[in-house]
Design a protein around this ligand. Structure first.
Ligand code: ADP
Ligand code: MG
Length: 233
């Protein structure tokens, strides 16, 4: 098992009260699968990604990554875990505006000890004709592809996506999902996606439904639809 999460708790202070962003969450994530996390706004989806990605502190519980508990590693070890294993894709693309597309993507490769070939990834993501442009010269969908390319060249075992299609229209959104699906197939990357789009469940091996900091349902799919077959509404 790639991740085994046991009784995970994350609290925030909200005025005088404690708010349980994650209230005793347990789940498992298999290597090389596509996982989708669904649930209303404020239900704890992003918090779970931040815990799995070791970018925020856990209050209690365990997060085993290939058997090793990463929940309470010191900052240095967390940083090594993040660097060697994870990549993050956000709804906002977080590109560096003063660097070209090529340079933005090279930055991802520079951060990895076993990067993929930058030119190959640029080609695979359909960015060849844009590589010498700057982020402001690209559409939202194109910028999201650059953000994905920057993560993919790192060659991470796990890619976390927080609302990766949230800012995109149907055409650009399907294209991004198709790219993520192909990455999962070709590079055996585990995908852990948070989304508002329940249709993405149909292209996921595991679908985790959240409400009020708790998992209310987990569904497994054997037959997945492609990004171009799922409904879109
Ligand atoms: P989702 O991603 O499902 O919309 P979040 O995981 O972002 O939900 O948030 C879960 C709950 O935790 C929400 O009530 C949110 O307001 C609260 N929360 C998240 N981050 C913080 C923070 N840094 N400080 C205080 N409260 C937070
Ligand atoms: Mg969120």
């Amino acid at each position: 098992m790639q991740y085994e999460v046991k009784n995970l708790v994350k609290k925030y202070q909200a005025g005088d009260e404690q708010l349980f962003a994650l209230n005793n969450v347990s789940l498992t994530i298999k290597e090389n699968e596509i996982n989708t996390i669904l649930g209303p706004s404020g239900s704890g989806k992003t918090t779970l990604l931040n815990m799995l990605g070791a970018i925020d502190q856990v209050d209690s519980g365990e997060i085993l990554f290939h058997g090793e508990d990463i929940a309470f590693l010191n900052e240095k070890k967390k940083s090594i875990y993040r660097r060697n294993n994870t990549g993050f894709i956000f709804q906002s693309y977080n590109l560096i505006s003063t660097l070209s597309i090529l340079e933005n993507i090279e930055l991802g490769a520079y951060l990895s000890k076993n990067p993929l070939d930058v030119e190959l990834i640029i080609k695979e993501l359909g960015l060849s004709e844009h590589k010498n442009k700057f982020p402001y010269q690209l559409s939202g969908g194109q910028q999201q592809r650059v953000a994905i390319a920057r993560v993919v060249v790192k060659n991470p075992k796990v890619i976390f996506c927080d609302e990766p299609t949230g800012a995109l229209d149907e055409k650009a959104g399907r294209k991004i999902l198709n790219i993520l699906q192909k990455l999962n197939e070709k590079y055996k990357t585990t995908l852990i996606m948070v989304t508002h789009n329940p249709n993405i469940a149909d292209m996921s091996h595991q679908v985790i439904h959240f409400n009020s900091g708790k998992i209310v349902n987990i569904i497994k799919n054997e037959h997945l639809k492609s990004a171009y077959e799922i409904d879109w509404s």
